[in-house]
Design a protein around this ligand. Sequence first.
Ligand code: DHE
Length: 544
Amino acid sequence: KPHQGAELKYQAGASPLAAEEMHQNINPKAPPMTKAEFERAKQIYFERCAGCHGVLRKGATGKPLTPDITLAKGTDYLKVFIAYGSPAGMPNWQTSGDLTEKEVDMMARYVQQEPPTPPEYGIKDMQSTWKEYIPVAKRPTKKMNNYNIANIFSTTLRDSGEVALIDGDTKKIINIVKTGYAVHISRMSASGRYLYVIGRDARINLIDLWMEKPDNVAEIKVGLEARSVETSKFKGYEDKYAVAGTYWPPQFVMMEGDTLKPLKIVSTRGMTVDNEYHPEPRVASIVASHYNPEFVVNAKETGKIYIVNYKDLNNLKTTTLDAAKFLHDGGFDSTGRYFLVAANASNKIAVVDTKEDKLAALVDVGKTPHPGRGANFVHPKFGPVWATSHLGDDSISMIGTDPVKHKAQAWKVVATVKGQGGGSLFIKTHPKSKNLWVDTPLNPDAKVSQSVAVYDINNLDKGFEVLPIAEWANLGEGAKRVVQPEYNKAGDEVWFSVWNAKDKTSAVVVVDDKTRKLKTVIKDPKLVTPTGKFNVNNTQHDIY
Ligand code: DHE
């Protein structure tokens, strides 16, 4: 399985829970550990293991590791398993050099102890972290700057806990704004004024783009670990509500859109699509419906999609759709009516009709689909399609999205092309473009992870051209990865992050979409580990 290593490392990203104070629950049957060993093992668990096996060790994409199971296996068996891995997907932590023999022994004993449970996090915890730096009444009543704010790129600076607001017209940095730890995504309010940024530590920052120098106006911490934030987009509710999903605790919270005041928390604990209880269904992607006053909230471990109506938060109406397990990332079709989301461990795309609040289809695609928000274009033969690339294979699947004029093609994979390889995370085009861009940042081959494939939408069978984006950035040493194509507002430029190590130089490379030639390299010592880029206009209107 050539792509497996990168795929596993990607899932096993460090969790902010590693630093949390947690109680040790001594199990008299488990092999003994000192307090120091327990603390160190706990940290390693949250850095390396929790992403697949879950915080409570009840199993997610990895197997359950609760003491009833691990005690029966015993320390020697567990040590071999951790050291050498398994063909089913467990990494070889010792032979890869990631853990020492001593650490492997410690982890084998740790997983036989009761898992320490992180604390719950309710409305009082949220309220105690909530800060309004600039109250609504003191904010500008009109745009106070000369920036073309619709073309600003909010750029994640992953390892510095900041976002860079980059002017898409001049390519200059407007401001570097302090945010949460290991920022994950940025989203725009319906009006295009407010920018929401969420960190892995579940801190949300609200940035007002009307300020002379756009900056934080409010902030809140909504849990211990998170990935998603979104805002109400239905007519009449512009900028009114925000919603954030957390990995821990497994829940989501609705807030006032312009202050982040927390209003209502909803737990996602419950039954899976197979009718088994899961105590830790992490909240993955969230999108706002354009057809109803609703949020579409995706629970990873249960495979359930919650369509939450925000018209009346006290008498909350939720429609629950059974999709498939391990829902992760997704985006709308070109009409904004259908939401397509990857059920990644099921190798499927679930299609939600946000007008009728129904599951329209479950579509089989390649191995471990990872679309980001996906790419919408008109296929010359099959009409409107939405495409995804994959982490686990080199294919790009195109799904027909027009049940009216192309009924026979709707919700089927109508075409598949081959890309550079597995390890792809993001695919992108723009309504004004004829190019389809596919990144491969997690491919083990440096040549592949440091370049991008581009297809001509009208000649997909012709294959792709490879652009050496990292080489163009000319950064010198480092394990640079080229990640996440994002268009500017006009749709005539594509921006790529050249994501290097924290202590090395990174860059954002801007390519002319028509000529596929290098336009600009944005380099600045302040651009530490850039990954995601969110163009205000395209994020505001779900254009991709
Ligand atoms: Fe992401 C989106 C979760 C690792 C960059 N990532 C998402 C979403 C989820 C998610 C649930 C969808 C949010 C939404 O749309 O509401 N990501 C996770 C993980 O659990 C995972 C696998 C491991 C982890 O520990 O976090 C993970 N993600 C990464 C990275 O390593 C990436 C490449 C670099 C980084 O910045 O950390 C990364 N994720 C992104 C980006 C998006 C994203 C850029 C938004 C893409 C878009 O175009 O909308």
